[in-house]
Write a protein that binds this ligand. Structure first.
Ligand code: ACM
Length: 263
């Protein structure tokens, strides 16, 4: 199967414009699974929780009905970041839309980065895996700063993920050191969908540094975007290859774990 990552520059507060970019990309990309960046329907740097509440979406919103219908029509899995309102809670979430009538799945970011703690509630779902039958793949989701916690991707891998998708709005470059290791140490594919562009709000300029990447289960780079251009990157993956965790005749990264020595 083929997967793609859509790297683009969402316009802050312009949900209609951003949504139409997303729809165009889903229609034009030929892959079975498409990953968009974190909070890409609204933009990232909210000045207050109240501002984010006004722009936030519910999973039942029309936007997701339309995306779900498109997923079914195009037979594509869509993963997309958005601010999710649920009662009086506000989460930095990603919707995972499968091309079948199954309900929409949502992951809520577990680890909040920098000023996000003043805007969002911490995710309350943990790290779970979604099984798609057609195409056949097990998908684990984490969002951006979750990368810094090896426990996140390890939990997803132990839960059976073949592929970890990571919608992101990355503003530093240190993630490049860690993300290939997250793929290698868990023997899973990893797709990091970063955005580009600058947001100048909160008296701070945030430069999102692109360079979205798709890693193979041995940590090698299958496809990489430029740091500052809108781009769609793609790769062919074989989910079944991640399910045997041995890497030579005597070692298996899951069977070899000594969990009694870990905290
Ligand atoms: C981040 O978690 N958006 C860096």
């Amino acid at each position: 199967m083929f997967i793609s990552v859509v790297q683009f520059e969402p316009k802050f507060g312009e949900i209609e414009t951003n949504f139409s970019r997303v729809l165009d990309a889903v229609k034009s990309v030929k892959s079975d699974l498409i990953v968009f960046p974190e909070l890409c329907l609204t933009g990232y740097d909210f000045v207050s929780r109240e501002e984010a509440m006004k722009l936030a979406l519910e999973v039942q919103d029309l936007v997701f009905t339309e995306l779900k219908n498109l997923a079914i029509k195009e037979k594509k899995i869509i993963v997309i970041g958005f601010p999710e309102i649920s009662g009086d809670k506000l989460y930095n979430s990603a919707a995972i839309l499968l091309p079948n009538p199954q309900l929409n799945n949502v992951y809520r970011k577990t680890h909040l980065f920098f000023r996000e703690r003043f805007i969002f509630d911490e995710g309350d779902m943990g790290f779970f895996v979604i099984e798609s039958i057609e195409p056949e793949i097990k998908i684990g989701t984490m969002i951006c700063y979750d990368w810094r916690f090896p426990e996140a991707s390890r939990t997803l891998a132990l839960n059976g993920a073949d592929l970890i998708v990571c919608p992101s709005n990355l503003v530093t470059n240190v993630w490049h050191i860690a993300t290939p290791a997250r793929a290698l140490e868990n023997k899973v594919y990893l797709a990091v969908a970063n955005r580009i562009g600058i947001e100048n709000r909160n008296g701070q300029e945030l430069l999102f540094n692109g360079s979205s990447q798709i890693y193979s289960y041995n940590g090698s780079v299958l496809s990489k975007a430029h740091p500052d251009t809108e781009e769609i990157i793609s790769a062919e993956i074989e989910p079944i290859m991640t399910r045997n965790k041995s890497f030579n005749e005597f070692n298996d990264i899951f069977a070899d774990r000594r969990s009694q020595y870990y905290l």
